[in-house]
Design a binder for this molecule. Structure first.
Ligand SMILES: [Zn+2]
Length: 121
């Protein structure tokens, strides 16, 4: 049979260990939650980066001269209309413009030259 003092000490130890357990659980939960939050923040950063890249790519495409895509054959050296067709016949590559002119593809006016001319005129 324990003395009163011993029982008090045991009770205190039990209480203290329960308290410690609770604190440990609390700290573990907080640590996990902090870890989770760090991961979430990291993922959010990655998502933001991807979104920024996509946005930059979209803007870059928007700013690209539309003619680059629409006029892969350049422009007619005779009338300035857009080249609509390119036919290879042996070593000679012949382009045809929207107005029906035929010319060698090497004579086709590139978009950059076309834009320069428009600025000059
Ligand atoms: Zn033409």
């Amino acid at each position: 049979m324990n003395t009163l003092e011993e029982r008090e000490v045991i009770a205190l130890v039990v209480q203290a260990s329960k308290c410690l357990e609770a604190l440990t659980r609390k700290f573990k939960a907080e640590a996990m939650s902090a870890e989770c939050q760090a991961k979430i923040a990291q993922q959010q950063t990655e998502i933001a980066l991807i979104q920024a890249e996509e946005e930059a790519e979209r803007k870059r495409k928007e700013q690209e001269p539309k003619g680059m895509i629409k006029c892969p054959f350049g422009f007619c050296p005779i009338c300035g209309a857009v080249g609509t067709d390119r036919q290879r016949s042996g070593a000679v590559i012949t382009d045809t413009c929207a107005e029906g002119h035929s010319y060698e593809s090497t004579d086709a006016v590139p978009l950059s030259e076309m834009m320069r001319r428009k600025r000059v005129n």
